[in-house]
Design a protein around this ligand. Structure first.
Ligand code: PGA
Length: 269
């Protein structure tokens, strides 16, 4: 069974003090929600402070990007070796990186490889733009992005199903308050799973977690999470409010584990 995962992508928001305050506001409650892997991805400058705050809790830390070399003359960049000391996850290939900072499929592929090789778990983002969606090219674009990002990755060596997470984030749904529908997202996620089955094998495709991202809030999370194909969410704007994020994680646990009346009571899971 795939353990659901909800990650908060804070993007370029929060000073160190604000990041600490936000974590403070949700730490206890978030820690107590069982059955869902919870990941916070603050800006680089807050990773050290938040890493200390999360020690001993069930909440994991992620970075929002990294460079693909381990060290050297890459002014302004952060390497997988540096991140590995602080966090377990790293978001890679986010559409904002692709479109604002010119990240190519080839670069994303090298980053995914580097992250896995250095023991980091990539949250690989893929997604089509509005014009591509409207032209009926979603599968073509997603197929190309997924295949390119995973090119040359050996599934067995890196136990990829355990370490890699994919997030389907249609670019037109990010920060627009215009989320995809649960059905649309599930259909594309199923398509990604089919690609993984062809690329590697059926078991990996079944075991690997695929999230939805794009304008997820406490009001629409249920629509996504109730789709069996969808294993969680990558949450931007709504992860910057403690109550919103808690509600999203809590609903995820409740929907994926319906036999427990309240995930907060499921302490023994
Ligand atoms: P959003 O961002 O939830 O604000 O739409 C999601 C993301 O970019 O990961």
């Amino acid at each position: 069974m795939r353990i659901p995962l909800v990650a908060g992508n804070w993007k370029m928001n929060t000073t160190v003090a604000e990041a600490e305050e936000l974590v403070c506001d949700m730490l206890d409650m978030l820690d107590r929600i069982k059955g869902v892997e919870k990941v916070l991805c603050p800006p680089f400058v807050s990773l050290v402070a938040i890493n200390m705050m999360l020690r001993g809790s069930s909440i994991k830390l992620g970075a929002q990007n990294m460079w693909l070399e381990t060290k050297g003359a890459y002014t302004g960049e952060i390497s997988p070796v540096m991140l590995r000391e602080l966090c377990e996850f790293v978001i890679l290939g986010h559409s904002e990186r692709r479109w604002y900072f010119g990240e190519t499929d080839e670069m994303v592929n090298k980053k995914v490889n580097a992250a896995l090789n250095h023991g980091l778990k990539p949250i690989l983002c893929v997604g089509e733009r509005l014009e591509e969606n409207e032209a009926g090219r979603t599968e073509e674009v997603i197929g190309k992005q997924v295949t390119a990002a995973l090119n040359g990755i050996k599934p067995t060596v890196l136990s990829v199903a355990k370490n890699l997470v994919i997030a389907y984030e249609p670019v037109w749904a990010i920060g627009t308050h215009r989320a995809a529908s649960g059905e649309q997202a599930a259909a594309t996620i199923k398509f990604i799973r089919d690609i993984l089955a062809k690329l590697w094998n059926k078991d990996i495709a079944q075991d690997l977690r695929i999230l939805y991202g794009g304008s997820v809030t406490s009001n629409n999370i249920a629509e996504f999470i109730s789709q069996p194909e969808i294993d969680g969410a990558l949450v931007g704007g709504a992860s910057l409010e403690a109550e919103e994020f808690l509600s999203i994680v809590n609903q995820t646990a409740e929907i994926k584990y319906p036999h427990l009346s309240s995930p907060l009571k499921g302490e023994d899971r």
